[in-house]
Design a protein around this ligand. Structure first.
Ligand SMILES: Nc1ncnc2c1ncn2[C@@H]1O[C@H](COP(=O)(O)OP(=O)(O)OP(=O)(O)O)[C@@H](O)[C@H]1O
Ligand SMILES: [Mg+2]
Length: 456
């Protein structure tokens, strides 16, 4: 535009000078004054031409430089986004991008206590799981905890956070890689509804146990700050296309310094997986994750929830609580472990599908992990060694096996041992056979503050 303007001005000047020369020729004839005017006019016209040429050259060079910068900038941007992608740095999404990716949040993959997860496909064809965290204050807390824990860690057995979206108002979103086989609960517990999940073979269960142990060992020992997951349970363990385990859901996680032995925090997590020291107000440490991991191992072995309610007709007084780890320990002592495991595995493989040495190892590890005294539990690195058969596992000591609040649920509760009610903690605490005098100060709220730091 500027070039055009300059050209018009130059052409007007030259045209004006030519007209001036013609007028001078007519009025002054071939006088001395006329030749002077012609000389001056030609000099000005030449000067205008020179200016135009210099200006043109200068502009061409500037354009060339500009183009170079633009293409270099584009290359840099491409390189940067490539580096972000390979380095796994989460990117910020616009709400509209997530709406388009999920077709307006249509395909629900799963729903937890605080979030809904939807399937989506990004514009570059990548499949994602978009987690929508609802709730103002609590949502913000969970969002921050999850980002802080997962954004900086990279491990094959940990879910990868690809991005996030946090509009000033409304829910927050976390964008994860999509894990095709869903959560472990669909693969170890018999399901009423068909079409999703199935019965995971013994070999795959054992491999899942090692994968999860490796992921937790990495979080506990190999990251800059120690990361406590604090919600280890089958629903938070996902299975990829080859049934390798991917630990997910860091909404309740905590980051602690390497030299801290425990942490004061509010009670949260899922009943049935909460370590006793948490309920007894002794603070939490990585040993609490190890307890929950042990509980998951039992469920993988038995193909059932650890705590289940056996109804006897409609008479509520005839109800009986089943605590699977106790049954398994009894069977271990009798040398009849195979009778207690998920019978679908025995039927499918005619007994041969289950490696009895692996079974014993897994039961031993599970019993070590759920020791009430946290210091007796192995650490996660030791668990990996044990499961991989690199070390001999001593027989675990007898443990009281504290069964928490599930056994003291309200009358209108459905039992909690089934699939439907296995959600987050409700504070009412009972030990198998006897009540523990540690009722939380608020009996109706879902959390209470810890006041004691672990002395471990
Ligand atoms: N990346 C993923 N790929 C496939 N399915 C997923 C993915 N992430 C989550 N899900 C599904 O969504 C469910 C809920 O996800 P998530 O555990 O993250 O939510 P939550 O609300 O935090 O759950 P919780 O009740 O444990 O707090 C999972 O159990 C799983 O079935
Ligand atoms: Mg979850």
């Amino acid at each position: 535009m500027e070039d055009k303007k300059a050209n018009i001005i130059a052409a007007t000047i030259i045209f004006g000078l030519i007209v001036f020369m013609v007028v001078a020729r007519v009025s002054l004839r071939l006088s001395k004054a006329f030749f002077l005017i012609v000389g001056a006019d030609i000099a000005v016209i030449l000067a205008v031409f020179v200016c135009l040429v210099i200006r043109g050259r200068y502009h061409r060079r500037r354009k060339l430089l500009e183009n170079k910068f633009v293409s270099e900038g584009r290359e840099l941007r491409i390189e940067y986004s490539f580096l972000r992608k390979v380095a796994g740095v989460p990117i910020k999404f616009k709400h509209k991008e997530l709406e388009d990716a999920t077709d307006n949040f249509k395909a629900l993959l799963g729903q937890g206590a605080s979030a809904s997860v939807f399937k989506g496909i990004l514009t570059d064809g990548t499949s994602v799981a978009v987690k929508r965290i609802d709730g103002e204050e609590h949502g913000e807390k969970e969002f921050r905890a999850e980002v802080a824990a997962i954004a900086s860690v990279q491990h094959v057995n940990l879910v990868r956070l690809m991005g996030y979206c946090c509009a000033p108002s409304g829910p927050r979103y976390l964008v994860y890689e999509f894990i095709p086989n869903g959560s472990l609960d669909y693969w170890i517990f018999p399901r009423k509804e068909r079409g999703r999940g199935g019965c995971l073979s013994w070999d795959l269960r054992y491999r899942v146990a090692i994968d999860v142990a490796k992921a937790l060992s990495y979080l506990h020992h190999d990251c800059r700050s120690r990361i406590l997951h604090l919600d280890v349970k089958p629903e938070n363990i996902l299975l990829d296309e080859s049934y390798r385990a991917i630990v997910a859901d860091f909404g309740l996680s905590k980051l602690i310094g390497k030299d801290e032995s425990g942490v004061i925090t509010t009670l949260r997590g899922t009943r049935g997986y909460l370590a006793p020291e948490w309920l007894l107000q002794h603070g939490v440490s990585e040993k609490s994750d190890i307890y929950s991991y042990g509980m998951v191992l039992f469920e993988m072995i038995g193909g059932q929830r650890n705590v289940s309610l056996i109804e006897n007709g409609i008479d509520r007084s005839q109800r009986k609580w089943n605590f699977f780890p106790k049954i398994l320990r009894k069977k271990l002592k009798e040398g009849k472990l195979i009778e207690a495991i998920d019978q679908r595995l025995v039927e499918a493989g005619g007994g041969g599908g289950v490696d009895e040495r692996q079974l014993k190892r897994l039961v031993y590890v599970a019993l070590w992990c759920i020791q009430e005294k946290a210091k007796l539990r192995p650490n996660m690195a030791q668990v990996v060694e044990m499961l991989e058969g690199h070390v001999v596992i001593d027989e675990p000591p007898d443990t009281q096996m504290i069964v928490v609040d599930l056994l003291s649920m309200d009358d209108d509760d459905d039992g909690g041992g089934g699939d439907c009610d296995h959600r987050h903690y409700r504070p009412k605490i009972t030990v198998m056979g006897s009540d523990v005098d540690c009722n939380p100060p608020t009996s109706t709220s879902s959390s209470f503050s810890m006041s004691v730091l672990s002395g471990r």
